[in-house]
Design a binder for this molecule. Sequence first.
Ligand code: 1VU
Length: 327
Amino acid sequence: MAAPVLRRSLLYVPSSSPKMLTKSLTLASDNITYDLEDAVTETAKPAARAALRQHLESLAQSKLTAPPKTEIAVRINAVSTQHALADLTELGPLALSAVGAIVVPKVNAPSDLAFVSDVVTQIRQNADQGQLAEAPKLIALVESARSVMDLKDICAAGTAPTAGLRLDGLVFAAEDFALDLSLTRTPSLSEFLYARSAVVTAAKAFGLNSALDLVCTAFRGDQGIATLAEECRGGRGMGFTGKQCIHPTQVSVVQQVFGRMYDESDRTELAWAVRVLIAEDKSAASGRGAFTLDGKMIDAPVVGKAKRILEQAERAGAGDFIQSLRE
Ligand code: 1VU
C-alpha cells in the first residue's frame, strides 16, 4: 500500500488566474488545490475550467512539472450547484490523471461524495488506457451545521469498502460555517471549537490521512505571519495535521509548524520527546512503566505522545535533526 500523502499545507490557487497557475508550480506546498469554486466568479467559470484543463493536461504529459512530492488537487463547485458536473466532465480523463485528490466543498451528506465518485469513475471507465493513473482521493470540506452533525455518516460512507473514490481527508471551512450559523469569527477562534474538534475527531475515528484547519486570512507583514503561526499552533494542539493556505507566504510557516520545525519551542519539544524515549528504554529495562523526567511523571500515554511527535516530525523531514538529538 502507498504511504499516506504528507498534507501539511493545502494552497488554493484560483484557476481563473493564468499567472497564478504558472506560479503555483514554483511553490513547494505539500498540496496545491486549483480552485474552481469561491475564488472564481460565476461568469469566469467556463474560462477557468478550460485554463485548468490545459494546465493539468500539460502536467499529465510532463510538459510542465510540479515540485517533487506535491499533491495536485482540484476543488470543484458544490454538488448542489449546476457547476459540479461540468467541472469534472469538462476537465476530462487526461487532466484528471494529473490529479491526486478532488476537494469537494459543502459536503452535507454521503450522497455528495458518492456523486463525485460516480462521475469520476464513469469518466475513467470511458478513458483510453494511456490516460489512466491512480484514482484520485476525495477531500471533504465541512462548512455547515448539517455537515458537522452528519460527519459520522459522511466518513463512514466515504471510507466503506464499497466507496468508489476513497475519502482521505477533512477540511474545516470557517467562513462558510460562520455564515451558516450566523456567528462572528474572533481572534480566539473559540466560536469554532466544537466544529473544529468534531472534524479532528471524525478524521481520527475513521483513519483519515488528514484534518486541515481553517484559513488564516492574514498573510502580509510580520503581524500577519505571527497571527498565522499562532493559529497553526492552536490547530496543531487540537489535533489538526495541517492548514489551508491562500497565499504563497503562508506555505512555509504552515509546513514548518505542522512539521514541528518552526522555532526554538518546536526544537525543545523534539528534544524532550527524544529524552522521554531514552528514559523509557532505561525504565522499561528495570520493569517500571512510570518514571520521572524533569520532575514530572511519564507513563504510557506520555510516551505515546512523544513517539507521535517524533513520527510526525520525521515524516515532515526533521529526521536528521532528530537523529542528531539521539546521538
Ligand atoms: O510574484 P508574482 O507577481 O509572479 O505573483 C504574485 C501573485 O500572483 C502570487 N500569488 C499566488 N500564486 C499562486 N497561488 C496563490 N494563491 C497566490 N496568491 C498570490 O504571488 C505573488 C505575490 O502575490 P501578492 O502578494 O501580490 O498577492 P495578490 O494581491 O496578487 O493576491 C492576494 C490574494 C489573497 C487575492 C491571492 O493570494 C489569492 O487570490 N489567493 C487565493 C484566494 C482563494 O483561493 N480563495 C478561495 C479559497 S479560501 C476558502 O475557500 C476557504 C475555505
